[in-house]
Write a protein that binds this ligand. Structure first.
Ligand code: UPG
Length: 472
């Protein structure tokens, strides 16, 4: 007898590392539960995705062409290839042209002998909702952010008029929300304007509407961390859509391989792992990375270099800039104490190395989760978007980090000074506040790992999610 067609889920990630990576982790978790996964993406993203999911025959890739658009550099199919964040809106607009090819692919699948149970697509790909509705497939939305950040953004959008009358450092009170820190208008960055008439707001309005009408929301977080905010978030969704807290998603694979083994053994150590292996003192190295999206100026990078040097602590720094080089004379000063890497590093592996004791981070949500899971406290330096909220959450809410501190003006630019960086690193790595942040991070890491183990809340929610999607 032929075996029944496998349950099938379609995943369509936004073309940015911080958004794609967690959905690849979800794809792997689903494939290990005998679910066929089709990832829809564009040709150059497909190449890197294929490398990231090599041992999962249940994961398939379906390529659709990225449109050629005026105003975007040729061949740019991922936000990490944008020359600067000024190109972000043209990039977002270009992705809307993926609707037709996406719909064609989905229609073929719907007519096949393995129609998809659902489509999980990124918040920014709001057009997928109309296609899913037309073809009768439930759409779940994935944001890549925490429950708390999403609920705050949604509420501040609704309450924009009241918020706009506040001054920048006034506390913001959001109706019905129990915030774990004092929120100010400054923390809301772009979403605090009552003028929803600018082009970015127009784009966001469309995707927020599609988001609210989705069948459900997939969250890369765990209930113990965020359960207080789930009702607030769910109140912004129509039709009884619910949130599914399934994270930390990257842990499923680690759990199955055996956490200790995969975190501590390296068959083929990279340059950074080799260097870390040479650092004999546990928790002595500060790891530095500002993620894949924030633009950091060369003069700011200079301050980071001087600050790290002044702190006296060993450091491993993953730099993304194509224009910056070390200030003259620095190479000799840091040569026995720091490693600067300009290629992609395995951040999760770095954070779990016993020599790493702190993370100077921009507080992208993935980095926050990865640091917490590894029990590494954060020196929080938010730069854009939800990073301000994540930083406040980790410092003032969870107590697992400290803030990098003062900024100073240099010409037209506002910089975090080398003194602030040095003092922050010293406190995090050697001070009392750093010690208690490390204890909190370690405790949270234990809760995070338990969440994805059999019987843990994220693990069980994943089972319920699959059961609910499968036809009886
Ligand atoms: O050399 C590198 C650089 C990055 N990473 C990984 O890339 C991801 C980066 O994600 P994140 O820390 O969230 O930073 P961004 O890519 O900058 O994140 C964008 O997406 C996040 C999720 O929506 C938001 O929270 C951020 O504000 C937004 O900038 C993490 O998994 C890192 O481990 C590596 O493994 N190696």
């Amino acid at each position: 007898m032929p075996s029944p067609p496998a349950s099938h889920v379609v995943i369509f990630p936004f073309m940015a590392q911080g958004h794609t990576l967690p959905l690849l982790d979800l794809s792997k978790a689903l494939s290990r539960r005998q679910i066929k996964v089709t990832i829809i993406t564009t040709p150059s993203n497909a190449k890197s995705i294929a490398k990231a999911v090599p041992h999962h025959p249940a994961i398939h890739l379906n390529e659709i062409p990225f449109p050629a658009v005026d105003g975007l550099p040729e061949g740019c199919e991922n936000t990490s290839q944008l020359p600067s964040m000024e190109f972000f809106l043209p990039f977002l607009r270009a992705t809307k042209q993926l609707q037709k090819p996406f719909e064609q692919v989905l229609e073929t699948m719907v007519k096949s002998n393995a129609p998809p149970l659902c489509v999980i697509s990124d918040f920014f790909l709001g057009f997928t909702l109309a296609s899913c509705q037309a073809l009768g497939v439930p759409r779940l939305v994935f944001h890549g952010m925490s429950v708390l950040s999403m609920a705050i953004y949604k509420s501040s959008w609704v309450n924009a008029a009241q918020i706009s009358s506040l001054s920048v450092l006034d506390p913001v009170d959001l109706p019905g929300m129990k915030l774990p820190f004092t929120l100010t208008k400054a923390d809301l960055e772009t979403s605090n304007s009552s003028n929803h008439d600018d082009p970015m707001s127009h784009f966001l309005k469309e995707v927020v509407e599609a988001d609210a009408n989705s069948w459900g929301v997939i969250i890369n977080s765990f209930e113990e961390l965020e359960k207080d905010h789930i009702p607030s978030l769910e109140s912004f969704y129509m039709n009884g859509a619910r949130t599914w807290c399934l994270g930390p998603l990257f842990l499923y694979e680690k759990m199955e391989e055996g956490l200790e083994k995969s975190f501590n053994q390296n068959q083929d150590p990279s340059v950074s792992t080799q260097w870390l292996n040479e650092q004999s003192t546990p928790d002595s190295v500060i790891y530095v990375s500002f993620g894949t999206q924030a633009d950091v100026s060369d003069s700011q990078l200079d301050e980071v270099a001087f600050g790290l040097e002044e702190s006296g602590f060993p450091f491993l720094w993953a730099v993304r800039s194509k224009t910056w080089s070390l200030p003259s004379g620095m190479e000799e000063k840091i040569q026995n104490r720091g490693l600067i890497v300009s290629e992609w590093v395995d951040q999760r592996q770095i954070l779990s190395h016993h020599a790493v004791g702190g993370f100077l981070s921009h507080c992208g949500w993935n980095s926050v989760l990865e640091s917490v899971v590894a029990g590494v406290p954060i020196l929080a330096w938010p730069m854009i978007a939800d990073q301000y909220l994540n930083a406040k959450f980790i410092v003032n809410g969870a107590g697992a980090g400290i803030s990098v501190g003062r900024v100073r003006n240099q010409g037209s630019e506002t910089l975090v000074s080398r003194q602030s960086i040095a003092e922050g690193v010293e406190e995090l790595m050697g001070g009392q506040e750093g010690r208690s942040a490390r204890e909190r991070a370690e405790a949270l890491g234990t809760v995070a790992r338990t969440a994805v183990q059999k019987g843990g809340p994220s693990h069980d929610t994943l089972s319920k999610f699959i059961d609910q999607l499968r036809p009886c």
